[in-house]
Ligand binder design. Sequence first.
Ligand SMILES: Cc1cc2nc3c(=O)[nH]c(=O)nc-3n(C[C@H](O)[C@H](O)[C@H](O)COP(=O)(O)OP(=O)(O)OC[C@H]3O[C@@H](n4cnc5c(N)ncnc54)[C@H](O)[C@@H]3O)c2cc1C
Ligand code: FES
Length: 256
Amino acid sequence: MSKIQDIYKVVSNEKLCPKFYRLCFDAPSIVKTAQPGQFIHIRVDQGLEPFFRRPFCVYRAKKYVEIFYEVVGLGTKILSEKKKGDDIDVVGPVGTPFSLPAKEVKTVVMIGGGIGVAPFLPFTDILKKRKLELILLYGGRTKDYVFNMKEFKSNGCKVHITTDDGSAGTKGRIDKLFSKIPIDSEKTFVYTCGPTPMMAAVQKFTQQHGLRGEGSCEEVMACALGACLGCSIKTTKGFKTVCYDGPVFDLDELIF
Ligand SMILES: Cc1cc2nc3c(=O)[nH]c(=O)nc-3n(C[C@H](O)[C@H](O)[C@H](O)COP(=O)(O)OP(=O)(O)OC[C@H]3O[C@@H](n4cnc5c(N)ncnc54)[C@H](O)[C@@H]3O)c2cc1C
Ligand code: FES
């Protein structure tokens, strides 16, 4: 039986664009079990600062496990300094993954804001085998948040990009791209992850057009095992923990 916590070796850690990094580590047991939408919980340093582990989506789980991350504070700064051969202390994979689209679905639309694009790459690795139309709508603040999306494209994804200032892709918020979503309640399924206002805009759109979807949420976490209730959010079905009941929820359940 594989352990839920273990120490792994960093294989590489590279900057993909001015704002985003990709860290790759050798964890065959996670590669074997991780499902798209699940996350891992990393102890970035053996000292007391930062005290809690930090959660990151599984960005890829092929030969190695990859995470795709932005430096926003101490934990991610320490992560960005990891080098090949360093040890990394990881719990996971944990959390509820994306559900696979029903068989009548022909088009899957993934809508990611900034680092919220992270859970979608492993999902396209699976979905491409089902010969679905795959559309990725990505919104970043500026061109510094836009990276080479060749792995999405090579999985057959049609990629559309917006930036707030128009420095890459279409100028404006991601809702400028909602016209790319085929309006068909049976054949289209939407998945989204990103900042709360963006997810709220996606939910409003899907509800207006009778589309179904799922949203992956973020909350500050302590245990990531459903024990401390620190990551609870209010949903239409009562309070739920993002780490255990989620991070993926039916989009209609989420209250923004
Ligand atoms: C299920 C899940 C999956 C995630 N996946 C990724 C991922 O794939 N890539 C990635 O870069 N980030 C991801 N995050 C967010 C990531 O965990 C935080 O950015 C990270 O913990 C920040 O740690 P820090 O010590 O660098 O920053 P801190 O010093 O802890 O905080 C810096 C700033 O970031 C904010 N912040 C901290 N934690 C979170 C959080 N969980 N959600 C939203 N804002 C936060 C703080 O409020 C503060 O403003 C995910 C979060 C969750 C809950
Ligand atoms: S972080 Fe403890 S219950 Fe989710």
